[in-house]
Each structure stands twice: as structure tokens, then as C-alpha cells.
Design a protein around this ligand. Sequence first.
Ligand code: NAD
Ligand code: MG
Length: 385
Amino acid sequence: MSCRNIVVLGATGSIGQSACRVARELSGRVRMVGMSGFRNIDRLAAEANSLRPDALAVPDAAAEVELRAKLDYKPVAVFTGPGGLEQLATWEGADMVLVAIVGTGGLRPTFAALEAGKDIALASKEVLVVAGELVMSAARHRGCRILPVDSEHNAIFQCLEGRDPVQVRRLILTASGGPFRSWPEDKMRAVTRQEALRHPTWRMGEKITIDSATMFNKGLEMIEARWLFDVDIARIDVVIHPQSIVHSMVEFVDGSVLAQMSHSDMRFPIQYALTWPDRIAGSLPPLEWARLARLDFEEPRYDVFPALALARQAAERGGAAPAVLNAANEVAVAEFLAGRIAFPRIWQIVTAVLEKCGHRPGGDLEALLASDLEARGLALAEARS
Ligand code: NAD
Ligand code: MG
């Protein structure tokens, strides 16, 4: 395999940092040619000084000044402003764009990258939840690949490789269950920010960690899988697997099930997405079977975690409903992290907003973003009521 040139959108985040480690470990195979950061300019400068990308993007001119002062080399370009991420995503030296921006900020740059014929390694599940149909059709139209980075979808991608979707009976997403997997329902009201941020098996950004605690993460992933693999939502199931070793499974029509396993370290799916179709020997630790002891599987508690049913309902409804669910959830999570609402209010707010505006038709990107904006306003009003 020749060297693949990658732009990372969100290089300073949890996924971005793991991707930079992968690039260091696989230098010669993976080269970071572009990176964006948002608030943490120190970290962006440190990664840039280490991997020396040609192009960088930061939010504004002040951040550019700060960044340039911290760089020990001269990049070819530093993009700023609202269109900066799109300029970076279409950088001519890039073969692939890793989208690792939390929330819907990755949406426009993803479309720009596809328009420019780049393959996408997609971590930002929100992009497919909001505009899955449009993104997949833009990719098909341009002949671009969307390689899943989310560990569950990367697992399914590995199990499916080369298979016709008609041979698939079910996709089975595994979920750790989060920190409250076995908590009694009446304790949910008193859940603190700190408790919700203590994920049992994965170290991730704050938003996705809260999503894992409410199970909205798995709900969003069901919708993500629906679009990535073109499988009806009715054939996508969830099973709780607290050890996070089996990353997901595919059940075929003959009843056989394929699963993908590895340690819970995002470098596995990131590396596979960045080097696909090759498998490359690196420094990732193999599983030690005798030390695993056991792998458990159990049914989700649908009554205690309404997020799963809400996501399924939004997917069945279609149109703008998944975008509305996602936007309301983003607002509610931010309110919870700011200490302004109790934990169960997250799904209560999403339920209320879906009720109010979850029947909008989908339409083009602008229409979806209008529904997203409306849902954010309603969610904020609901949170403050
Ligand atoms: P994070 O909060 O650690 O990092 C987010 C990144 O996005 C940072 O680089 C930040 O600078 C950038 N960013 C935030 N707001 C921005 C904005 N408005 N404009 C431009 N850049 C902005 O998040 P994360 O945990 O790395 O997650 C990133 C995405 O990957 C999320 O969509 C998440 O669901 C998905 N994902 C993460 C993991 C994980 O293990 N962390 C696993 C699977 C999927
Ligand atoms: Mg996941």
C-alpha cells in the first residue's frame, strides 16, 4: 500500500488524538496532511509540530496568530473563518478526510470533501443521523467511500466485507451499557455530572460519554448503521455487552453470526479505516484469551433507558425526525453538563421536542439544518421551563 494522505477534522479531540498516534505508529503508511482544532490551540500546535501537516484550520484570526506563534515550522496554509473547515476538507493533497468533530459541526465539511472526491473516514455519527440519506447518495454519486470509525460500525464493516446486504438477517450492535447499566431507575434523578462522565470501558469526549450514559449513543448508532449499511432499522438490534470486547455482530440469513473483537481502544477502528483494505502490523495489543475470563451479553433495559426506543421511533418516522432527535439531545446534553438540568431531563426534553416538531419532512441539507435549528430552540425553551 502506498502512503495515504489524511486530513483530520478535530485533531485535538479524543478521536483526533488517537488518529495522530496511529499516524506516528504507521509513518510511511499514513501521513497527516491537514489538521483542524477549535479551542485547544496548544494541543493543535503540539500535534502539528510532531506530524507537520501542510494545512491547518482554526476558528478565527486570533487563533491563527496564537497558532503561528507556537509552530516550529511554516505550514503551507492556515485556514480560518466559517469556510475554513471546508477549505481544509477539500485540500488537494488529501486522499481521505477523517471527520472527528463532535456534533453537527462536521456536516458541511463532509459534503465539501465528498464534492471534491475525497474518501471519508467517519467518526462523527451525528453527520449520518442528521443527513444519512444525502451523505450516502453524495458518496455514491462521486464514487467516494465512507469508512466507519465508530467501533461498532467498523466491526460490522469488517464482518460484512464483500457480502451482499440480502444475505444479512440482522445487525447486532453491542453496547457497554454505560455507568448506569444496572442502577435502579429511581437513582437516575440524582445522577451527577461526574458519575455520568465515568465510563466503565472507554475514554472519550464529554458529549459521547454522556450519550453512552443515557444510551442515546446507541440510539444514534442504530440510525448511523441504517444508512452506512443500507439495512432497514427493523433489522438493527442492540445487545448489552459490558466488557466491550465484541464490538458488534452480523447475523446472516443462514443463522451464522460473525463478530469482530479487539481491546476497547479506538486506535483499532481508526487504523483499519485509515489503511483499508490493508491490515498492517503495528503496536496494538492482541487479546489474551485466558485473561478475558468471560464475555457477557444481556438485553437492554428499554424501560429505564428510553433513548433506544426514541431513536428507533425517529428512524421509522424518517424525514427530519432523526435530525430533530439529535439536535434536542445535543442541547440537553450541554444543559446537563452545565449543571442546569437533572439527568432524566435529557430524554424527557428529546421526547417533548420530537412530539412538537418530529414530523417535518426531510428535504435538502438546508431544510434539515432548519429543522435542526428549530429543534435546538425548542429544546432550550423546554430545558429552561
Ligand atoms: P471530543 O470532544 O474529544 O473532540 C471534539 C473535536 O471537535 C475537538 O477536536 C474539537 O476541537 C472539535 N470541535 C468541537 N466543536 C467544534 C466546532 N464547532 N467546530 C470545529 N471543531 C469543533 O470528541 P470525540 O470523543 O473525539 O468525538 C468526536 C466524534 O467522534 C463524535 O461525533 C463522537 O460521537 C465520535 N466518536 C467518538 C468516539 C471516541 O472514542 N471518542 C468513538 C466513536 C465515535
Ligand atoms: Mg460507538
